[in-house]
Design a protein around this ligand. Structure first.
Ligand code: G3I
Length: 344
């Protein structure tokens, strides 16, 4: 069966992205990737830990292989991720005895990491690399006072423990400097997080980005760009999520005057290994509603990225959350995106 490419269907609205691994550049995976998508994110090989060997030496060979594949296939790339508490390299902010490095030491290591990663990626991907997740999942608290975002910072982050809450501002400022030095003045710098549909968290994200951007504007009156220029809604949903909450969050982030990207979309539909017909329909209906909402706001949205090519290799494959099934066949959810109206 000849499916219409999703990237063509949504060409007037936003890029259609996906998360892929180096081993997906072959066979049916590659076919699905290039047929339906025009933007990719590395599912794992551009995370901090992927750049360090056992001795803590910096190496970018996995990244380079991934980026070369993307360039060869004419795909744009979203860089994921410069700073994260998970899949990180502890020696950047921690001593061997487990104590944290001084703020100055950790800050210097942070800058070295950011500049090595951005520079080596630029050497392969150049303009194909259109955006970066600078910081991922920095928030994790009770979210009872969303304006006080600093009190909701994730305590298990080695960057927070070593540098303090300034690490966010410093990371974005430095990433902006490196991008400028590479001539990439338009580079979109994202803050990316999950549970983006839950209002206390979404409001906290909003205040964090707003405060950081206001501080940058005050300190840099001649630069009219936003320091954080993108908000990533990861969008790891289930069919029981209330779409109106997604709408409220999306509209809130748009108010920040930044690009809003859907960065890791998947919609869990069951908790057994096989989907019933009814569950598959419900999932298709959910996807159709979501994409209608995205189309409505597409002036402010550059991309909708799915988190995996098929249910076979999804990080939550038991929930069957994607558009193609374990045998790489299109599901109802795919057809729903082809023509949302008939599914709503
Ligand atoms: O590479 C090792 C391999 O050498 C080893 O044999 C194998 C045994 O478990 O593990 C492999 O590493 C796994 C890695 O994926 C690569 O496949 C890790 O165990 C596994 O934890 C890791 O999972 C990734 C997860 O992030 C880690 O937190 C998922 O693939 C990836 O989809 C997921 O993506 C995250 C985003 O980056 C951030 N937002 C949430 C999202 C979902 O958790």
């Amino acid at each position: 069966e000849d499916l219409t490419p999703l990237k063509d269907i949504y060409a007037d609205h936003f890029y259609i992205g996906n998360a892929v691994g180096t081993n997906h550049f072959a066979g049916r995976d590659l076919e699905i990737m290039t047929k339906h998508h025009n933007l990719i994110t590395a599912e794992n090989v551009m995370k901090p830990e992927a750049y360090y060997d056992d001795q803590g030496n910096f190496t970018h060979s996995s990244q380079d292989a991934f980026l070369q594949n993307a360039v060869d296939k004419n795909l744009l790339v979203h860089g994921h991720v410069l700073m994260w508490h998970s899949q990180s390299e502890d020696s950047l902010y921690q001593n061997e005895d487990g104590s944290y490095k001084t703020p100055d030491e950790a800050l210097a290591n942070m800058k070295t990491h950011i500049s090595k990663v951005m520079t080596s990626a630029d050497a392969i991907a150049g303009d194909s690399l259109i955006s970066w997740d600078v910081v991922n999942e920095a928030l994790d608290g009770s979210f009872s006072n969303p304006e006080d975002w600093k009190s909701n910072l994730r305590q298990s982050s080695g960057w927070l423990q070593s540098i303090g809450d300034d690490y966010l501002y410093e990371a974005y400022k430095y990433a902006r400097e490196v991008a400028d030095s590479l001539g990439r003045h338009d580079m979109v710098l994202y803050y990316n997080d999950y549970n983006d549909h839950l209002q206390p968290k979404a409001r906290t994200m909003y205040h964090m980005v707003k405060d950081i951007n206001e501080r940058y504007a005050e300190e840099n009156p001649d630069d009219d760009r936003k320091l954080i220029s993108g908000v990533g809604m990861q969008s790891h949903y289930t069919t029981s999520v209330n779409i109106e909450n997604v709408r409220t969050s999306l509209e809130r982030f748009i108010e920040l005057g930044v690009d809003v990207g859907v960065t890791e979309l998947d919609v869990g539909a069951s908790n057994t290994t096989t989907l019933t017909e009814e569950e598959e329909k419900e999932q298709a209906y959910f996807y159709a509603q979501l994409f209608d909402l995205y189309k409505e706001h597409s002036d402010h949205m550059s991309r909708v990225t799915l988190w995996g090519l098929s249910d076979r290799h999804s990080w939550r494959s038991e929930d069957n959350p994607l558009l193609f099934d374990g045998n790489l066949q299109a599901k109802e959810a795919y057809y729903a995106l082809q023509d949302t109206a008939t599914y709503i």
